[in-house]
Design a protein. Structure first.
Length: 142
């Protein structure tokens, strides 16, 4: 890796620090721009929908795994991905947080869930055989 790795890491840290120093407006604007990349999942969904061959919900729970264990792993993943505990740290800078936070969460949580659920569902429908999935499986399948 060498010094290039450290230089890139330092540059990324400097950019993120600069964004945070600029204030809450900049911190809010930058992720909105970066979130446009989430729309790439829509293209995956459209392509996979045209190649639908399998039932994506079979099996809904992997064989020989208790349902509560699958639910617990999914819940832990949701909590880790959403990081909803961090919203309170900027509550002071939000206008009318008692009104705006519930509205924002009512919009963001279902959209975030769809961002993960839909591409996975369509990929399962197109490719099937989830037991063979591994790193590089999607690009290897045509």
């Amino acid at each position: 890796m060498g010094w290039k790795h450290y230089l890139v890491s330092l540059l990324i840290i400097a950019v993120i620090a600069w964004i945070n120093v600029r204030g809450i407006q900049m911190v809010g604007a930058v992720p909105r721009c970066w979130n446009c990349s989430c729309f790439c999942g829509r293209a995956l969904c459209v392509i996979a929908a045209t190649k639908w061959q399998h039932n994506p919900f079979t099996p809904l729970v992997p064989p020989h795994v208790p349902s509560f264990q699958v639910f617990g792993a999914g819940l832990a993943l949701v909590v880790a991905l959403f990081r909803l505990r961090a919203v309170s740290s900027v509550a002071e800078e939000v206008e009318n947080p008692q009104r705006n936070y519930p509205i924002a969460l009512a919009i963001v949580v279902p959209l975030s869930m769809a961002t993960y659920f839909l591409p996975t569902m369509f990929s399962l429908a197109a490719l099937g055989d989830w037991q063979k999935w591994h790193t590089g499986y999607f690009p290897a399948r045509r």
